[in-house]
Design a protein around this ligand. Structure first.
Ligand SMILES: NC(=O)c1ccc[n+]([C@@H]2O[C@H](COP(=O)([O-])OP(=O)(O)OC[C@H]3O[C@@H](n4cnc5c(N)ncnc54)[C@H](OP(=O)(O)O)[C@@H]3O)[C@@H](O)[C@H]2O)c1
Length: 304
């Protein structure tokens, strides 16, 4: 397949490029910068310089091109999101950015479309001990301005894509050989990352496995379906930091009460209020996919 990859220079895009190439696909990579274009070209990707938020510019940059598939992995999180506003640009990419890329897909004649969705679409709250399947509905509005804005964009992203026969991948929390994981390891080594007492539970996914699931979905995903993409072992944030310290041979981390995160509302919603386990059974079955790193213990050791 010829695949247009939006977010080709990013954390998951970079992990996807070699896997797409190894599977025999040709990759056109979107980036906004000449520097990004140079990096893509060095990795065997034909760069297309355009901004996903500029529909006309995007169509102009791809005028005369053809592709079989479009994959939307563009996000604008830039570091650990602390406040709800840290996610507003990503919300826009999930709403208007998706609409623009769907227009591009139609112009390219692409028959497959995959978009990055997120486990937090199920809602920033305690979902209990039962793993959520894809049958579980996305959360209803809560009355909280920031959370509802994220929820609206995650819902709009999926609805637009599923409505045209595309596929949405509800990834867990990314980690792997990428800047944020490296930064967290650095903080753990200097004993600057405390364990939060009473922290919540999230479903992690190593970037290598997120990328392999995406390639599998491109090849074998059912049109109009969503898939949870997570490893086999949800992790409490306290255990996450403790495991990092063990693997890195760092001093035992200190600890803080959950109330200490009240001044960082987004981080509090993610790390304290949320307890989610995801079932990955549908992805295993339909996509013939399994995570190479079933838990953060193997995945973090490989990322160090
Ligand atoms: N599921 C998760 O847990 C999850 C989800 C997303 C991100 N993250 C994490 O958040 C951290 C930072 O992520 P990030 O989103 O800042 O950066 P990133 O993953 O490094 O990359 C974002 C990608 O989106 C592209 N992009 C952004 N806005 C664009 C636009 N308007 N037009 C075209 N392309 C656009 C960027 O391309 P150019 O800059 O080359 O134009 C880049 O390729 C990473 O550590 C990542 O692991 C986690």
């Amino acid at each position: 397949m010829k695949v247009l990859l939006a977010g080709a220079t990013g954390a998951i895009g970079s992990a996807m490029v070699p896997q797409l190439r190894d599977a025999g696909h040709e990759v056109l990579g979107l980036t906004r910068s000449a520097d990004g274009a140079d990096r893509l070209a060095a990795n065997g990707v034909r760069p297309i310089i355009a901004d996903v938020m500029d529909a006309d510019g995007l169509l102009r940059a791809l005028d005369g091109e053809q592709a079989d598939a479009v994959v939307h992995q563009a996000t604008a999180i830039t570091g650990m999101p602390l406040f709800h506003r840290s996610l507003y640009a990503t919300d826009d990419l999930r709403e208007r950015g998706t609409a623009n890329l769907l227009r591009v897909a139609a112009a390219l004649g692409a028959e497959r479309f995959i978009t990055q969705s997120f486990f937090l679409g199920y809602g920033y709250r305690d979902h209990g001990a039962q793993p959520l399947t894809e049958e579980h509905p996305f959360a209803e509005p809560t009355g909280h301005r920031g959370i509802d804005r994220h929820m609206r964009s995650m819902r709009a992203n999926e609805e637009q894509v599923l409505g045209t026969g595309g596929i949405a991948l509800r990834y867990g929390m990314f980690y792997g050989p990428e800047p944020m994981t490296r930064k967290l390891f650095g903080l753990v080594m200097r004993r600057r990352l405390p364990v939060i007492r009473g922290a919540g539970t999230v479903p992690p996914i190593h970037l290598h496995d997120a990328a392999s699931a995406t390639v599998a979905a491109l090849e074998r995903g059912r049109p109009g379906h969503v898939y949870n993409i997570a490893d086999d072992h949800p992790v409490n944030f306290g255990r996450y930091v403790g495991t990092m310290a063990e693997i890195a041979g760092a001093p035992a981390p200190g600890s803080l009460p959950a109330a200490a995160l009240a001044v960082l509302p987004y981080l509090h919603a993610l790390m304290i209020a949320t307890r989610i386990r995801l079932s990955n059974a549908k992805a295993r079955h339909d996509l013939d996919w399994a995570p190479a790193f079933p838990s953060i213990r193997e995945g973090l050791a490989a990322s160090l």
